[in-house]
Ligand binder design. Sequence first.
Ligand code: NAP
Ligand code: GLV
Length: 315
Amino acid sequence: MALLIIGSQRSEEFASAAREQVPDLDIRIWPDTGPVEDIRYALAWGPPVGALKRFPGLELIISVGAGVDHLMKDPELPGVPVVRYVDPDLTGRMVGYIALNVLMHLRRMSEYLEQQRQRTWRYLPEPAAHEVRVGLMGLGVMGKAAAKGLEALGCQLRGWSRTQKTIEGVECFAGQESLDAFLSGTDILVCTLPLTPDTRGIINRDLMRKLSRHGRHRRMPGPVLINAGRGALQIEADILAALDAGELYAASLDVFETEPLPASSPLWSHPRVVITPHNAAESTPEAISRYMLRQIARHRAGLPLENIVDPVRGY
Ligand code: NAP
Ligand code: GLV
């Protein structure tokens, strides 16, 4: 039984970490697969379309990421279980990214950094955390954990998901029919939605115009967008237009329509856009290897797999 690592620039690092944990593991790194019939398991990020169907003995695909859109876009993906990555290491990183960026904007840090560059000592009005309404788009593993972290900061919380949730301290909305109501009471929108045919392009001008303008009464300069889901959820030209029109005060973007973000993108130089290189939550070699080896062990022992992707929902 061999493990294939495919579709990641970090394949060698993942292989070394896995070998440290199980020294005699037979690991092949794409495209050096050896005989295709040896491969039983695949650890995959964005494999070339059609690549995984070449392995007739493949039993299980483990996603390097929590998001599986890179896998689901393959129309020839073999019909074996796909397990996505869910781990406290990854979740904790995401909570840190979200808390950091919520605080960044409610404390107007991009303006203070600009003032520092200008050696300007000027007070700016700021809301208290308890005056700010954070809207979590996506109430899955990441959204729920972010809610706990933001609750500790004292923010008011609301959340939106496909199916109705009940979460203490979070006003929950579900489905397309309640999206407008969710947005209309949101000062800071935090997106951790997966990319599926239903969510592609959802962060557009129309959506941003529906965010609350009433935060201004509580010293929020305007609505804020934080997107740590996937780049194809957002229309970047619309984000820039909304910023320029004052419909958005600021944005933190970790994911982009094209990654790496092209040097020509005007997002790079916008004074109130915070850009990070898709590292809101990194799958570290140690943690993803540990997780992958646990799933393989469960599979071999005939135990139920964890975090199986529903191919119909696409996440
Ligand atoms: P998850 O547990 O599957 O949660 C997904 C959430 O999105 C669920 O609440 C789901 O609703 C909701 N959702 C899906 N489709 C929807 C729709 N059409 N309308 C409304 N809500 C919808 O996933 P997760 O572990 O939280 O991860 C979420 C995403 O974060 C990943 O897919 C990935 O794209 C992204 N991510 C990014 C990074 C990064 O570094 N930037 C790192 C990790 C993850 P239900 O609860 O009703 O199913
Ligand atoms: C990263 O983007 C992930 O999906 O885990």
